[in-house]
Design a protein around this ligand. Structure first.
Ligand SMILES: C[S@@+](CC[C@H](N)C(=O)[O-])C[C@H]1O[C@@H](n2cnc3c(N)ncnc32)[C@H](O)[C@@H]1O
Length: 326
């Protein structure tokens, strides 16, 4: 240490011995944090507040966007408490077992695994869903589309719904919970996603309310529906590699890839949707942020009426909506 202090002092003659010591102490602690990574967690007794601050900084350094929120969610999951509990008891010390459980989760998140796949769960419209690499993690925009449907159909009994590309089952399950005795069919071409969707329906006691079926969009669908809803893959193929690692390396590509322009699957659905809508039926499609005009024109050309675009809470045109042609 003495020789290092001399070395620092040689470059910065204006520094005192103590200042040189502080610089080296800070550098060695930072190096320890950096090189020992999450092993650092095990090296002391931590309180809830301390471990949250450390994890937030660690995640921030690793490029995790919502570093504080994710640190809280991961710790709350580890301790099996609500996030609010972390604020109510910030000085609670963590025992060795809790630290041992927390450490590998921090490591997984740092390596790019999405938080929801680590905890294996997500809240969608207040419902608890299991999520894993079999299906896309449901997004807030999709909750907004589901709310839009509920706004229009909440008061009707026995609404007939078709959910195309159900994935984790999020939309179908939320509609089954919040509509009045609906009749819901949910399809996906991925058997793995359907398996997960069924598990989620069971988890929410709704397995008897939804009929799940393997189908390439409408190929195994018959009859007419009052609501046809889909969040189809809409990322242009060329943009897939530009997605964040946590998306492109973990979420299923068949849930994301919308072909060359991104609108291939939206158009596939629009080609056939009119003939599957009931007389007063409405289609709701989630679309990419810059696809509004193109898909609106396409939907109008497919004889849908009252075609409109609905903005999400960020002000982005996110939902295409249209009714059975007159
Ligand atoms: C963007 S994900 C949406 C999942 C879920 N509905 C949600 O909003 O979270 C698209 C889903 O469509 C399914 N899919 C893709 N192409 C399909 C096709 N041709 N027929 C049926 N499902 C398809 C994928 O397997 C995936 O589960």
């Amino acid at each position: 240490m003495q020789s290092l202090i001399k070395a620092v002092a040689k470059f910065r003659v204006d520094l005192t011995f103590l200042q040189c010591y502080d610089i080296l102490k800070f550098a060695s602690e930072t190096a320890y944090k950096t090189y020992e990574d999450e092993g650092y967690i095990l090296s002391k007794t931590w309180t809830v507040k301390e471990i949250l601050d450390w994890t937030r900084d660690y995640f921030k350094g690793a490029g995790v966007e919502r570093s504080r929120l994710e640190a809280e969610q991961l710790l709350a999951y580890t301790l099996d408490v609500d996030r609010i509990q972390l604020y109510m008891d910030p000085d609670r010390p963590l025992d060795e077992n809790e630290l041992n459980n927390f450490r590998p989760l921090v490591k997984k998140r740092k390596s790019g695994q999405p938080l929801q796949y680590i905890t294996g769960q997500v809240s969608f419209m207040g419902l608890s869903l299991k999520v894993d690499e079999r299906a896309l993690i449901p997004r807030p925009e999709t909750e907004e589309m589901t709310e839009e449907i509920l706004d229009g159909f909440r008061d009707y009994e026995g609404v007939k719904v078709l959910d195309l590309g159900t994935g984790s089952g999020a939309i179908a399950i939320a509609l089954a919970r919040f509509l009045v005795e609906p009749n819901i069919t949910a399809v996906d071409k991925s058997p793995e996603a359907l398996e997960l969707a069924r598990e989620n329906a069971r988890r929410n006691d709704l397995e008897d309310e939804i009929e799940f079926r393997g189908s390439d969009w409408f190929s195994k669908v018959s009859g007419n529906y009052d609501v046809i809803v889909s969040n189809p893959p809409y990322v242009p193929s060329s943009k897939l590699k530009e997605l964040k690692e946590e998306i492109k390396d973990h979420e299923p590509p068949e849930a994301l890839d919308g072909g060359e322009e991104g609108t291939r699957e939206i158009k596939n659905i629009l080609d056939q949707v009119e003939s599957h809508l009931s007389d007063s039926g409405t289609v709701f499609l989630e679309i990419g942020h810059d696809q509004g005009e193109e898909v609106k024109n396409y939907a109008t050309a497919q004889s849908l009426s009252d075609v409109r675009l609905i903005e999400d809470s960020q002000g982005t045109e996110r939902i295409l909506c249209g009714s059975k042609g007159a």
